[in-house]
Ligand binder design. Structure first.
Ligand SMILES: [Fe+2]
Length: 198
C-alpha cells in the first residue's frame, strides 16, 4: 500500500518564531502524516466488511480529510520559510495577478491579514482557481473545513495557537502574522503560483 512520506524542510532562523516552536510544530506535522497513513490502512482492513464496519468506516473517512489536509497545509507552510525572506518582485506574474484581483498588493495584504485574524483555529489560504483564472482568499476551519474545491493553495498561513503561543502571548496573534510575512520567501510562493497555473 502506498504511503505518504514525511517531508523535511530547511527552515532558517526566523524572526519571532523560535526554533523550539518549529521543532514542536514539525512533530505535529509528522503526526498528520502518520495518521493519514494509519487511517488509510484501517479503512483497507475494516473495508473487508463494509456492512459490519459501516459506522467506524464512515467516521474514519470523515477524519481522513482532517489528517490529510493537516499534512498538506503544513507542507505549504513550512516550505514558505525555506531560503529565508525574499520579496514579491514587482512585475512578477503573481504580483500582477494579485493587483488584477484586489487593485494593489497592499490592499490584498490587508485583506489577507484580516482573514488570518479570524477568530478560532484554522488557516488563512490564498488560492489560485484555474477554472476562472483568479485568486481567492479563504479561511479554513481546523485543517479541512472550508477548502475551495478544485483550487490550488498558493500561500498557507497556520493560525492554530500552537504556531505562535509559545513565542507570543495569546494576544500576540497579530504580531505573529506580521512576523510570518517578514519571514516569508515570496520566491517559493511565486513558484507555487506557477505550478498551480499548469
Ligand atoms: Fe500547525
Amino acid at each position: 500500500m502506498k504511503k505518504f512520506e514525511q517531508k523535511t524542510f530547511a527552515i532558517p532562523e526566523l524572526k519571532g518564531i523560535s526554533a523550539k516552536t518549529n521543532e514542536e510544530h514539525l512533530k505535529l506535522y509528522a503526526g498528520y502524516v502518520n495518521n493519514a497513513n494509519l487511517i488509510l490502512e484501517k479503512i483497507e482492513e475494516l473495508g473487508k466488511d463494509n456492512t459490519a464496519n459501516a459506522y467506524v468506516l464512515g467516521e474514519l473517512q470523515r477524519r481522513f480529510g482532517f489528517e490529510f489536509d493537516g499534512m498538506r497545509n503544513h507542507e505549504y507552510y513550512f516550505k514558505s520559510f525555506e531560503g529565508g525572506p525574499k520579496p514579491l518582485i514587482v512585475g512578477s506574474a503573481l504580483r500582477s495577478a494579485i493587483e488584477a484581483e484586489w487593485g494593489s498588493f497592499d490592499l490584498w495584504l490587508a485583506r489577507f491579514k484580516a482573514v488570518a485574524l479570524t477568530r478560532g483555529i484554522g488557516w488563512a489560504i490564498l488560492y489560485w482557481d484555474n477554472h476562472t483564472g483568479r485568486l481567492l482568499n479563504s479561511w479554513v476551519d481546523e485543517q479541512h473545513l472550508g477548502h475551495l474545491t478544485g483550487l490550488t493553495p498558493v500561500l498557507a498561513l497556520d493560525m492554530w495557537e500552537h504556531s505562535f503561543v509559545a513565542d507570543y502571548a495569546p494576544s500576540g496573534k497579530k504580531n505573529y502574522v506580521e512576523d510570518f510575512f517578514a519571514n516569508l520567501n515570496w520566491e517559493v510562493i511565486e513558484n507555487n503560483f506557477t505550478a498551480a497555473k499548469r
